[in-house]
Design a binder for this molecule. Structure first.
Ligand SMILES: C[S@@+](CC[C@H](N)C(=O)[O-])C[C@H]1O[C@@H](n2cnc3c(N)ncnc32)[C@H](O)[C@@H]1O
Length: 296
């Protein structure tokens, strides 16, 4: 009996179709079939270098015992609703793959739209421009901007060293020139370089939004990257605007990713601080998600 069990663990193999069926069965409680299939293809590509077409072209492909062990570990993490990006240690964002860990927010597709907006705002400019990403996290905004236009001189800051470590690794891996700084935007600090643009996707959720959030976000993503004080949801925007009063050049731009619920308060904040040409853009889901304004 013991030997039989031992042999089973050593020689346990699984056909690719059986493995997929197992994933579909065990994850159906929170993922749709198409999500599971998408995840499965990502996993077999990441760990075993198998093309997504393997499923259709060689349905008899067999995973050996070590591979089955690996698949089961991933499946067990997914059952706990751990985001796939944290399991794989990487996330696709904009045109690149970024290293991620539970120290940083998983970059979201909405944020890529903000990068496009910055890029398009400077498409006619040939001069060197200084841009600062506040709350850089994985560095996804800063690195993507640095790679988007050779005229962008990109700076990035975050309060947390463990996030900055990931961001720096991403800049090195993707060969982007970004200068990183550890600063808390809620505190006063000296900044050396006058800025042409400030770009930020600061924490913008309040606690009553937790009800609509899936456990994969709430249980795994860093609280300090997601949540703003309930008593002042635009707290980080206020701090960034105060910083911009000192260090953003006249006619410089502010680009914010925003919580659609607080769009009016953020527009008022910008108007009170004499910003003009305030534009709001919607994300792919039709939600007001981004703001651009010019400092007068
Ligand atoms: C919503 S996340 C954005 C991360 C990344 N820029 C992105 O778009 O995926 C907000 C970031 O702000 C950082 N942060 C939170 N409080 C901060 C503070 N007081 N000063 C500077 N950065 C802060 C968090 O560590 C986190 O990386």
């Amino acid at each position: 009996m013991v030997i039989k069990r031992y042999l089973k663990t050593i020689f346990y193999t699984l056909k690719i179709t059986e493995a997929l069926a197992l994933f579909r069965e065990r994850l159906a409680f929170y993922l749709s079939k198409s999500e599971i299939d998408f995840y499965f293809k990502k996993i077999i590509s990441h760990y075993f270098d198998l093309e997504a077409t393997t499923l259709a072209l060689t349905p008899n492909h067999v995973f050996e015992s070590q591979e089955v062990k690996q698949l089961k570990e991933v499946l067990s993490d997914l059952e706990k609703q751990k985001p796939l990006q944290y399991i794989l240690g990487e996330a696709d964002f904009y045109h690149y793959t970024f290293k991620v860990s539970e120290d940083v927010l998983i970059p979201r597709p909405e944020t890529a739209e903000l990068i496009e907006w910055v890029k398009e705002s400077y498409s006619d400019t040939q001069k060197t421009l200084s841009l600062l990403d506040i709350g850089t996290g994985s560095g996804c905004i800063a690195v993507s901007l640095a790679l988007a236009n050779a005229n962008f001189k990109v700076y990035a800051l975050d309060k947390f060293q463990h996030a900055l470590n990931i961001a720096k690794e991403n800049a090195i891996n993707l060969e982007a020139k970004v200068s990183f700084f550890k600063h808390d935007i809620t505190q006063n600090f000296q900044w050396e370089t006058p800025l042409d643009s400030i770009v930020s996707n600061p924490p913008y959720l309040i606690s009553n939004e937790k009800k609509q959030m899936r456990p994969n976000v709430l249980d795994y993503e860093p609280y300090s990257a997601l949540f703003t004080p309930d008593k002042n949801p635009i707290y980080f925007y206020e701090k960034i605007v105060s910083f911009a009063q000192l260090y953003l050049k006249k006619n410089g731009y502010i680009f914010f990713e925003i919580n659609p619920t607080f769009v009016k308060s953020i527009v008022s904040l910008l108007e009170e601080n004499s910003y003009s040409n305030i534009e709001i853009r919607k994300d792919a889901y039709g939600k007001e998600r981004m703001i651009k304004a010019i400092k007068n």
